[in-house]
Design a protein around this ligand. Structure first.
Ligand code: AHM
Ligand code: MG
Length: 342
């Protein structure tokens, strides 16, 4: 045989055999990635078929919805509702929990997702993506409510994202490391191209929206100030800044070659708790980053240990290469101690 590449199908069958699974997970992941393939195709055609614009409506976050936000949400619901694997779904684009229509069987898992992350980028042809997280439905629950989704990130059984960039990439963890796949459009399948992804402990790249500098807490100001001093500062090396405004693309870069991503809570977003959403942005990305050897914190604690209080709860997100994240954690502790001592 000439082509010895591992397709996603083969990869999950092997995983299923390794963990002696029932096959439910294999079927469930197939539905999820089929949805990602459809969204990838829609995103790729958008400008030609007029779906790159805004709608008149706002989502539950009060943000203007893009046509593609709504299309992607509908694709995800439709592809995942009939398999009998999920008990309910929730997404950035829907205020309440989505119940599986009564004509379909219900399963034991909950699916929570951001159908099109970074969608402010679609009109300018910059990368966007889909983020998802899979939780167990609590035992005995047949009609899950928002409460049933409020599980800390440590309870996730699977998390991943699809990145619609110069190629379409799928990155996934089921708690046994992180693997990346690239969509081969000739055969319509994802192929394993990035086995066992690892985040290097050391980095010289950081990502933050620095137009918000005036709102930052002292610990973030201190870290960024030191980084910007480059080789002349305490780090003794030059850093570069990258900010795509698409978390999926920024996290993918970090999983590929290291770095630090920060969307911290600041004086401007403090009332909301931060900008990014805990259940379908921060938790799945934290699971991936930790599984790849990196760290993900709010500044003061591990993100995955935060007990969620709301479906659309926002949170401070600081993640990436271990050595820098440890330093940022320490800077928060030192700033808090200094403030207490005053
Ligand atoms: P979205 O889910 O509405 O697209 O918002 C989340 C996005 C992230 O992908 C990205 O990191 C961040 O918002 C960018 O925010 P900003 O425009 O403030 O730089
Ligand atoms: Mg998002």
């Amino acid at each position: 045989m000439q082509d010895m590449r591992t397709t996603f199908t083969h990869f999950i069958i092997e995983e299923q055999r390794r963990v002696k699974g029932s096959g439910v997970f294999t079927s469930l992941l197939h539905e999820v990635i089929t949805a990602c393939k459809i969204i990838s195709s829609q995103v790729g055609r958008g400008a030609l078929v007029g779906t790159h614009g805004n709608l008149e409506t706002e989502n539950v976050q009060g943000e203007t919805q893009k046509i593609l936000d709504v299309i992607s949400n509908e694709v995800f619901l439709k592809e995942n509702q009939m398999s009998g694997n999920f008990a309910a779904m929730a997404s950035e684009e829907m205020e309440d929990v989505y119940q599986i229509p009564s004509q379909y069987p219900k399963g034991n898992y909950l699916l929570v997702f951001d159908p099109l992350d970074g969608s402010s980028n679609v009109g300018v042809n910059v990368s966007v993506g889909t983020i998802f997280s899979i939780l167990r439905c609590p035992e005995g629950v047949t009609e899950p409510t928002a409460e049933d989704f409020l599980q800390p990130g440590t309870q996730q059984v699977c998390a991943g994202y699809a990145l619609y960039g110069s190629s379409t990439t799928l990155v996934l963890t089921t708690g046994r490391g992180v693997n990346g796949f690239t969509l081969d459009r000739n055969i319509g399948s994802f192929v394993l191209t990035h086995p066992n992804m690892r985040v290097p402990e050391e980095t010289a790249e950081y990502a933050i929206n620095s137009s918000r500098t005036r709102f930052w807490e002292p610990a973030i100001k201190r870290y960024v100030d030191e980084v910007q001093q480059g080789a002349e500062g305490p780090n003794g090396k030059n850093y570069t800044l990258r900010w795509i405004a698409s978390m999926v693309a920024d996290v993918h870069r970090i999983l590929s070659r290291g770095g630090v991503f920060m969307y911290p809570m600041d004086s401007d977003n403090k009332d909301k708790g931060g900008k990014l959403r805990l259940l379908y942005e921060a938790n799945p990305m934290s699971f991936l980053i930790e599984q790849a050897g990196g760290m993900a914190i709010t500044g003061r604690q591990r993100i995955m240990e935060v007990q969620p209080t709301g479906l659309h709860q926002r949170i401070s997100v600081i993640l990436g290469s271990k050595n820098d994240i440890e330093k940022i954690l320490r800077y928060h502790q030192e700033a808090d101690e200094a403030a207490k001592a005053k």
